[in-house]
Design a protein around this ligand. Structure first.
Ligand code: NOJ
Ligand code: CA
Length: 681
C-alpha cells in the first residue's frame, strides 16, 4: 500500500477551513494487479476506483449511507487517517469444493470524518486479494447515532459505459425471486439486477458484483441509474426502511471478483474468505452426500403433495424409496408432502401447515426407523409457503421432532411471490416482507442456529441469496436460489441448453446450489413434448461435477434408473465432497469444464458441458498427480448425440491416461462429458 498525493485540492473545503490533509489512499492485491484507490471528491463524497494490470476498470464510484433521522454519510467528509495490514492464512473447510482455502490479502482501513456540518465518522475497510476485493462500512458509536434506520446505501459499482461490455444477469426485485433465466445483454439493457451479476469488459476482463457475509442487514439489488453506474438498492422492510440497526455496526462486504478469463472467475474463494470462521465448533455431524426423494413424481404430476388417491408421501411409498436408497448407496430420502397443510390452496395459505402432524397415511416414526435400519436417513421438509408467522412459532417443536427421529437434514421452502413473506409484528398485525430483506435474513440465521443445536443441516429453497455464510454456519449445506431442474417438469419455458452454461459463472459464484440433477428419462413427455430436459444424458451427468453442491440429488423416479445402468453407475459413484476444484476452461454461456478431486481419496472427476452448440474441447490433464497413472472412465456424447434428436446417445469407455495427456472431447449440441479418473495403485 502507498499514499498518493491528492492532485486537486478541494477549493470549497479549503475555504471552509478544512486542513487539506485528506489524501487518497490505495491498496494493491498481493500480486500487485488489482489496485483499489479510496478518496473523497470535491464535495467530500467518499469514493473508490479500481485498476487492473494498470488499466482503470472501475472509475470512481460513490460511497455512503443515509439515515431516517440523522445527517447522512454521503458528503462533506474527509479522510482523517488510514492504516494498512497484510494477511496470509490457509484455513480448512469441513466440507466443500476444496479442503484448504488460502486467504491472502492486503487491507486498508480508511477513517472518514465530517469536514463540515455535524460531527460524524465512520470507516471503510477494504481487502484486496488476487481474485478480487471487498469493502465494508464500519460505523462506530457516536453522539446522535444510537439506533439508526438506514434509508439508503449509495454505494456504486461503476464501469465504463462501453457497448462492448456483456452482462449476464437476472432481474432484481421481481415476483419470481431468483428464479429467472439469465439475460445476456449489453449494459444498457439492465435496470435492476440481482447479484452475483457477471460482466465481461471490452478488454476481456471478467467481473462479478456480489456481497459477502449478509448478516443483520438487507441484501441489495443493483440499480443501474446513469449508464454504467450500478447503485446498491437495499431491499426495504414493509415500512420502507431498508435496515434497522444501531451503532456500532458493520455492513456486509460489497464484493467484486476480478479475473483475466471466465474460467479463472470460477477458481475464486473471495466470498468465503470474507466470511467469519465457523462458529459452530465440531460439525462432524454435517454430512455431504447424495439423496433421492419423493419429489420429481409431484413435479411431473404423477403424485401429489396433498392427501388423496395420488398422495406421494405414504408409508409404503416412502419405504420403497428407502429400499432403493439403501440398495444403491444413497444416504438420504427426502419426503415432501408428508405433513398436514398441503390440502387446498397451500400456495396462498401457508397458515395451514402443521410441521409436527403427519397425514394419516404416513407413519413418520415407522419410516424414520425403517430408514435407519437400512443405513439411510430421512431428509425432512418444511415448506412454509413463506408464512413465517405460522412457521416460526412451530420451528422449535418441528426441529425437535426431526432430531428425535434421527433426521440430520431439513429442506426448507419459502414458496411465495417475492415480497410476500408473511410475519406477525408485536401488535399482531400481519406484514409482508421480501425474501432478501433484513427480516428474512435474520430468520434464516435463527433457523440455522436452532437447527445446529439439534445437529441438523439446512437446504433452503426460495432462499435469500448465498453470501458465503456456510463458512460461519457449516450446517447451511445448500440452497436453491436460481432456476433449478424443477422448471424442466413444468416451466414455460423449460431451462434452455445455455442455462447450465451460465449458472457456473453467475449464481454458483455465490455458493452451492441444490439444482437436483440426475434426470435420466430426459424426454418424459416424448421428444417433442413441451416439457423435457434439454440436454444429452452425458451432459446431465456432468452437472454433478459442474454445479457444486455438498448434497446432490438423484432426482429421477427410481424406476427410471435401471433403464440407464451406465448413467446410474456414474450417479452412484460421483462424490459430493472435494479436496480440490479447478475450472479448466470455459466462456460464460458457452461451455465450461471443471476438475475436482474427491475428498480424502485419489480420484479426480471432470464435468464438461456446452450450450446448444456442439464443440471440441482439448482437456489437458495436468491437474492429475504427475507421478501416477490413471484410468479415465469417460461418459461422453456418442457420434450422433444431439439434445433434440438423440439425447441418449452416450458412449462409456476407458482409457489409460497420465497428467501429460490431453483428452480430445467432442461435446454434442447441448452435450457434455463426465469423467472419473481412477488412480491405479
Ligand atoms: C419449490 C421447491 O423448489 C421444490 O423443490 C419443492 O418441491 C416445492 N417448492 C414444494 O415445496
Ligand atoms: Ca423453487
Amino acid at each position: 500500500m502507498r499514499f498518493v498525493p491528492r492532485c486537486v485540492l478541494p477549493l470549497l473545503a479549503v475555504l471552509a477551513g478544512v486542513v487539506p490533509s485528506a489524501r487518497a489512499a490505495e491498496v494493491r492485491s498481493p500480486d500487485g494487479r488489482i489496485v483499489v484507490a479510496v478518496d473523497v471528491d470535491e464535495r467530500g463524497i467518499p469514493e473508490y476506483s479500481v485498476s487492473y494490470r494498470g488499466e482503470t476498470i472501475m472509475p470512481a464510484g460513490k460511497l455512503g449511507l443515509r439515515f431516517q433521522s440523522q445527517p447522512a454519510f454521503d458528503g462533506d467528509f474527509r479522510i482523517s487517517g488510514t492504516s494498512s495490514s497484510s494477511h496470509d492464512e490457509t484455513w480448512e473447510q469441513p466440507w466443500g469444493e476444496r479442503r484448504f482455502v488460502r486467504d491472502q490479502h492486503n487491507e486498508l482501513l480508511v477513517n472518514y470524518e465530517s469536514a463540515a456540518g455535524p460531527a460524524r465518522h465512520f470507516s471503510l475497510r477494504v481487502r484486496v486479494f488476487d481474485d478480487g476485493f471487498g469493502f465494508r462500512y464500519e460505523v462506530p458509536e457516536q453522539p446522535g447515532y444510537g439506533a439508526v434506520n438506514i434509508t439508503d446505501e449509495v454505494t456504486e459499482f461503476r464501469v465504463a459505459d462501453d457497448p462492448k461490455t456483456t452482462a449476464w444477469w437476472i432481474p432484481g426485485r421481481r415476483w419470481n425471486r431468483y428464479e429467472y433465466l439469465y439475460n445476456t445483454t449489453p449494459l444498457a439493457d439492465i435496470q435492476m439486477a440481482h447479484t452475483p451479476m457477471t460482466l465481461r469488459l471490452a478488454n476481456g476482463v471478467h467481473l462479478s458484483f456480489h456481497e459477502a457475509a449478509l448478516v443483520d442487514y438487507a441484501a441489495y439489488v443493483l440499480d443501474q441509474r446513469r449508464a454504467g453506474i450500478f447503485r446498491t438498492s437495499l431491499t426495504p422492510w414493509s415500512d420502507g426502511i431498508r435496515v434497522k440497526t444501531h451503532t456500532p455496526f458493520k455492513t456486509p462486504w460489497r464484493t467484486v471478483q476480478v479475473a483475466p478469463t471466465a474460467a479463472a472467475l470460477l477458481n475464486s474463494s473471495l466470498i468465503l474468505n470474507l466470511n467469519e470462521p465457523n462458529v459452530l465448533g465440531d460439525v462432524s455431524w454435517v454430512e455431504p452426500g447424495k439423496y433421492v426423494g419423493i419429489w420429481w413424481a409431484m413435479h411431473l404430476g404423477q403424485a401429489t403433495w396433498e392427501s388423496g388417491p395420488k398422495h406421494g408421501a405414504t408409508t409404503a411409498e416412502t419405504k420403497r424409496y428407502i429400499d432403493f436408497a439403501g440398495a444403491n448407496g444413497f444416504k438420504g430420502v427426502l419426503v415432501e408432502g408428508w405433513n398436514v397443510g398441503w390440502d387446498g390452496d397451500w400456495f396462498n395459505n401457508g397458515k395451514q401447515f402443521r410441521f409436527t402432524e403427519p397425514h394419516p397415511d404416513f407413519d413418520l416414526k415407522a419410516v424414520a426407523d425403517y430408514a435407519l435400519g437400512k443405513g439411510v436417513r430421512l431428509i425432512g421438509h418444511h415448506e412454509t409457503a413463506a408464512d413465517l408467522g405460522n412457521y416460526e412459532p412451530q420451528m422449535q417443536a418441528a426441529l425437535d421432532l426431526y432430531e428425535s427421529l434421527g433426521v440430520r437434514q431439513v429442506k426448507t421452502g419459502y414458496v411465495a411471490d417475492a415480497g410476500d413473506i408473511r410475519r406477525i409484528d408485536e401488535n399482531g398485525v400481519e406484514l409482508h416482507e421480501w425474501h432478501d430483506g433484513q427480516y428474512t435474513v435474520a430468520h434464516h440465521i435463527r433457523l440455522l442456529k436452532e437447527a445446529a443445536r439439534r445437529k441438523i443441516s439446512i437446504i433452503a429453497h426460495e432462499p435469500v441469496k448465498d453470501t458465503g455464510l456456510r463458512r460461519t454456519y457449516p450446517n447451511w449445506l445448500s440452497r436453491e436460489g436460481a432456476r433449478g431442474q424443477e422448471y424442466n417438469a413444468w416451466g414455460s419455458p423449460v431451462n434452455p441448453p445455455e442455462h447450465t452454461a451460465i449458472l457456473p459463472f453467475t449464481r454458483m459464484l455465490a455458493g452451492p446450489m441444490d439444482y437436483t440433477p440426475g434426470i435420466v428419462d430426459l424426454t418424459f413427455e416424448g421428444p417433442d413434448g413441451k416439457h423435457r430436459v434439454k440436454n444429452t444424458l452425458a451432459k446431465e451427468l456432468s452437472l454433478y461435477v459442474v454445479l457444486y453442491s455438498p448434497v446432490q440429488m438423484a432426482a429421477d423416479l427410481p424406476g427410471n434408473y435401471p433403464k440407464h445402468p451406465q448413467a446410474f453407475r456414474f450417479i452412484k459413484e460421483v462424490p459430493t465432497d472435494w479436496d480440490d476444484s479447478r475450472a479448466i476452461a470455459g466462456e460464460v454461456g458457452d461451455y465450461v469444464a471443471i476438475a475436482r478431486k474427491q475428498r480424502g481419496a485419489d480420484d479426480w472427476y471432470v464435468g464438461a458441458l456446452t450450450d446448444e452448440r456442439s464443440r471440441k474441447l482439448a482437456l489437458r490433464l495436468d491437474f492429475l498427480d504427475p507421478q501416477s497413472r490413471y484410468v479415465a472412465e469417460i461418459y461422453r456424447d456418442g457420434a450422433k448425440a444431439d439434445w433434440r434428436t438423440r439425447p441418449y446417445d452416450m458412449v462409456v469407455e476407458e482409457r489409460p491416461v497420465t497428467a501429460a495427456d490431453t483428452l480430445e472431447l467432442r461435446l454434442a449440441a447441448s452435450g457434455g462429458a463426465a469423467i472419473r479418473f481412477r488412480r491405479m495403485h
